[in-house]
Design a protein around this ligand. Structure first.
Ligand SMILES: CC(=O)N[C@H]1[C@@H](OP(=O)(O)OP(=O)(O)OC[C@H]2O[C@@H](n3ccc(=O)[nH]c3=O)[C@H](O)[C@@H]2O)O[C@H](CO)[C@@H](O)[C@@H]1O
Ligand SMILES: C=C(OP(=O)(O)O)C(=O)O
Length: 428
C-alpha cells in the first residue's frame, strides 16, 4: 500500500478535465458480453478496476485493443473462447457482481466464489442480484460457491425490489434486454451511470423505456449488436476537484458536459460556503466563505443527506465532510445508504476537527477549530481517501494519508493532475 504526502495550504488553480466515470465504464464493459460483435468505448479512464476486469476478459479469451492515450478501448468476445475460459471472477471490486447476468446469458451457467465486495462500506449485498436472476428465470442451484444456471431463455417479469440498487438495476437491464417478453423494474436506480448503461444498451438494439426514472420497462429482443459508446465524465470527480480548488483558495475550472447533473450537488457544497460560476461546458470554483449556511428554520441543524439519485450521491458525502472541517458552524451529514460508511470519521480528530458519530448513518461536524497537519489512516474506501485529502490540503504543513491506494480505483493520474494545478502532493 502507498501513502500520499501532502504539503497543504497552497492554492490549486487552473483548468482540469475529469475522466470517464468508473461506475459507468464498468457496467458498460460487462454489457459488451451481450453481443458477439465488437464494442468500442471512448473516454475510458485509466483505473485499476478496469485492469482487473480486462484481465478476466483476456483470461476468458476475449480480444481487447486498448489505446491508453486516446482513452479508447475495443473489446470483442469470441463465443467459443469465452465458453471454454476458466478464470475466477475478479476480487476486490464491486463490479464483479455485474458479470453474473451477462455470463449467465452467454454460458448458461456460472460458478462464483466471491461476494463481490468493493469499498468497505458495510455489507455489500448480492441478494438483490440473485433475486433478479431468479425472477427472470435463472436458478441458484448451490451456494458457497454459488452456482447459477438457466434452462433456455430468460423470461420477462415484473419486479419491485426493496430499494433502488445501482448495480442490481444494471443487472436487471442487461438480462431483461435479452429476456423473452416484457420486464418492468419499479424502484429502479437512475444515477447518471445507470442512465449511461441503458443508453448504450439502446444503441446495441435494446428496447428500454423510462431511462432516468424509477421505473424501467424493457421489451426483450433476440439479439444485441456492437456499438461505439462514450463513457460520461465522472460527476464525482468533477465535484471533488471543485472542492479541492475552493478549499485551497484557488480558482479551479473543471471542463465537462455534466453540468445538467450537477445542480443539487453544487447546492450541497454551497451550504459549506463554496462558490461556483457556471459557464458553457465548464464549472469554476471561485471562492469559499468557510461558513456553513444557516437554515431559516431555527430549530434545525444544517444538513447534507445522501441517498439514491436524484438525491446527493453517497459517493460524494465524504468529500463534503472533508470540506466541512474547515468551516465555522455545525452541520449534520446523513448517509441514508450505507450502514458502515462513517466509521472512519474519527481520523478527522487527528487534524484537530471535532466530529460526533451519532449512529452508523449520521455524523455531526462542529466547526471553528484550529486545524493542524496530521498522519491519518485511510480505510479501503475510495471516497474517504478524498475526504482526508480535502481536509489535509486546506491545512498549512505536511500531512500523510496512509494506504491511499484505493483512489487508483476511480481517480486516474490524481497526483499528476493536481501537481499540474500547483498542488504539492506525491506518492511514497
Ligand atoms: C460499482 C458501482 O456502481 N458501485 C456503486 C453502487 O454500488 P452498489 O450497487 O453495490 O450499491 P447499492 O445501490 O446496491 O447500495 C448499496 C447498499 O446500500 C444499502 N441501501 C441502498 C439504497 C437504499 O435505498 N437502501 C439501502 O439500504 C444496501 O445495503 C445496499 O447494499 O452504488 C452505490 C450507491 O450509489 C455506490 O456507492 C457505489 O459506488
Ligand atoms: C463505493 C464505490 O465503489 P465500489 O462500489 O466499486 O466499491 C465508489 O465508487 O465510491
Amino acid at each position: 500500500m502507498a501513502d500520499l504526502i501532502i504539503d497543504g495550504g497552497r492554492p490549486v488553480s487552473g483548468t482540469v478535465r475529469p475522466s470517464g466515470n468508473k461506475n459507468a465504464v464498468l457496467p458498460m464493459l460487462c454489457a459488451s458480453l451481450l453481443t458477439d460483435e465488437a464494442v468500442t468505448l471512448e473516454n475510458v479512464p485509466e483505473i485499476s478496476d478496469i485492469d482487473k476486469l480486462l484481465q478476466y476478459f483476456a483470461a476468458m479469451g476475449s480480444t481487447i485493443d486498448r489505446d491508453l492515450d486516446g482513452q479508447r478501448l475495443t473489446i470483442r468476445h469470441d463465443a467459443a473462447a469465452f465458453k471454454n475460459g476458466q478464470a475466477q471472477l475478479p476480487v476486490g471490486i464491486r463490479a464483479a457482481v455485474l458479470l453474473l447476468g451477462p455470463v449467465l446469458l452467454r454460458n448458461g451457467r456460472l460458478t462464483f466464489d466471491t461476494t463481490a465486495k468493493g469499498c468497505a462500506l458495510g455489507v455489500r449485498e448480492i441478494d438483490p442480484h440473485l433475486d433478479i436472476i431468479e425472477r427472470l428465470g435463472g436458478r441458484i442451484v448451490a451456494d458457497h460457491p454459488y452456482e447459477i444456471e438457466r434452462q433456455g431463455a430468460m423470461v420477462g417479469a415484473d419486479l419491485w425490489p426493496d430499494y433502488a440498487s445501482v448495480t442490481a438495476t444494471e443487472t436487471f437491464a442487461m438480462i431483461a434486454a435479452l429476456a423473452e417478453g416484457t420486464s418492468t423494474l419499479t424502484n429502479a436506480a437512475s444515477e447518471p451511470h445507470v442512465q449511461a448503461l441503458c443508453e448504450m444498451l439502446l444503441a446495441m438494439g435494446a428496447k428500454i423505456e423510462g431511462i432516468g426514472t424509477s421505473r424501467l420497462t424493457i421489451h426483450g429482443v433476440d439479439r444485441l449488436g456492437g456499438t461505439v459508446a462514450r463513457v460520461p465524465d465522472d460527476h464525482h470527480e468533477v465535484a471533488t476537484y471543485l472542492a479541492i480548488g475552493a478549499v485551497t483558495g484557488g480558482r479551479l475550472t473543471v471542463e465537462t458536459d455534466m453540468g445538467g447533473h450537477m445542480p443539487l450537488i453544487l447546492r450541497q457544497f454551497e451550504k459549506l460556503g463554496l462558490r461556483f460560476e457556471i459557464g458553457d461546458g465548464a464549472i469554476t470554483a471561485s471562492g469559499w466563505t468557510r461558513s456553513i449556511a444557516e437554515p431559516y428554520t431555527l430549530e434545525m441543524l444544517p444538513k447534507i443527506e445522501a441517498a439514491p439519485w436524484p438525491y446527493f450521491p453517497a459517493d460524494l458525502l465524504p468529500q463534503a465532510i472533508g470540506v466541512s472541517v474547515g468551516c465555522t458552524g455545525d452541520i449534520l451529514f446523513w448517509n441514508k445508504v450505507y450502514e458502515g460508511a462513517l466509521g472512519w470519521s474519527s481520523e478527522l480528530l487527528k487534524f484537530g476537527a471535532r466530529v460526533h458519530l451519532s449512529d452508523p448513518h449520521r455524523l455531526i461536524v462542529c466547526g471553528g477549530n484550529q486545524l493542524r497537519p496530521a498522519t491519518v489512516e485511510a480505510p479501503y474506501i475510495i471516497r474517504v481517501v478524498l475526504a482526508l485529502f480535502i481536509a489535509a490540503i486546506q491545512i498549512d504543513g505536511r500531512s500523510t494519508i496512509r494506504n491511499a491506494d484505493p483512489i487508483r480505483r476511480a481517480y486516474p493520474h490524481f497526483v499528476e493532475k493536481l501537481t499540474a494545478l500547483g498542488a504539492e502532493v506525491r506518492w511514497q
